[in-house]
Design a protein around this ligand. Structure first.
Ligand code: SAM
Length: 284
């Protein structure tokens, strides 16, 4: 049910179909490992409740029904608009420039409709300092201008290809626990929550702690128990940390994976970082 293909982007006759956003914690680097892990496991329906930039959804290209969700409602509006109105999004996007003036005036402006909101979201995501989605207490996006020389903002053909891929995909803005209530027998859930526990001493820890607490990790473990009880499959990625190991090891087998780290962009922090995959694929 999951088509096997190369990891990064999917080459089709019209060009590559990949994520249209930069996303902190994106899992593009893990795609080929996950394709191998899933192998020929039958998948009735695919669920991804922490979809973020969607790198795994685009790489797996599930050919059955797919359900993507995220707590970030602007992100989901962007997906819905790319699915339903790619030309309108492209038209708004074409009106932006990669300058500090345009960045800050776009950031301050209130979008007049959802297509403009989606274009603004995509533009700010690509031209901001680090692509992280961060809002202040008033809910206003407050990431500074990135002054980035090389941009990969999707053009209209790229948005059209993403739109094609998203046809018949259910897109919802809601918390993972509610989304996972819908996973049933024969379904696969790919779970990539924000990491709560530090890999190294990088300033991310505090931020993630607010975003996704250890209590949330416990609730996620409960949702996984329920998925298993209903006969569903899951794949979870998480930090390689003892607290995470203790919580999720009883729920399936554990695979250790290692990736290059560039967190913070500081040389001292570059190196290899271990992460865990937990899954019940191949356990029964
Ligand atoms: C590590 S990112 C996922 C990255 C994605 N796998 C990719 O490759 O781009 C985690 C995502 O979880 C979302 N999130 C945080 N808390 C959530 C919650 N309680 N329920 C659902 N989504 C949540 C964040 O908005 C973020 O997009």
């Amino acid at each position: 049910m999951v088509e096997s293909q190369s990891a990064d982007t999917l080459e089709t006759n019209q060009g590559p179909v990949g994520p249209f956003l930069r996303w902190a914690g994106g899992k593009r680097w893990l795609a080929s490992e996950l394709i191998d892990l899933i192998g020929d496991t039958p998948v009735r329906s695919y669920h991804e409740p922490f979809v973020g930039g969607g790198s795994i959804f685009f790489a797996l290209n599930p050919n059955g029904p797919a359900h993507l969700s995220d707590l970030n409602s602007d992100l989901i509006t962007a997906y819905i608009q790319v699915r339903d109105n790619p030309s309108a999004v492209a038209e708004f996007l074409a009106g932006y420039e990669n300058t500090s003036e345009c960045y800050y005036s776009t950031r301050a402006a209130i979008p007049k409709n959802d297509s403009q909101l989606a274009a603004r979201f995509i533009f700010l995501n690509h031209t901001s300092f680090n692509g992280i989605f961060r809002v202040n207490l008033k809910g206003e996006y407050n990431v500074p201008f990135g002054n980035r020389r090389y941009l990969n903002i999707p053009d209209e053909p790229a948005l059209n290809r993403a739109s094609q891929r998203l046809q018949n995909v259910e897109l919802r803005s809601l918390s993972f626990a509610k989304a996972l209530d819908d996973v049933s027998e024969g379904d696969l859930a790919f779970l990539d929550p924000p990491y709560t526990v530090a890999h190294n001493n990088n300033g991310f820890v505090k931020y993630n702690q607010q975003l996704f607490s250890f209590e949330d990790q416990r609730r996620l473990a409960e949702s996984i128990e329920e998925i298993k009880a209903r006969g569903g499959k899951y794949i979870l990625t998480n930090a390689a940390h003892k607290s995470i190991d203790d919580l999720f090891s009883p729920l399936g087998r554990k695979i250790l994976v290692s990736r290059k780290s560039v967190i913070g962009g500081v040389k001292a922090n570059r190196g290899r970082v271990d992460e865990y995959i937990f899954t019940n694929i191949g356990t029964e």
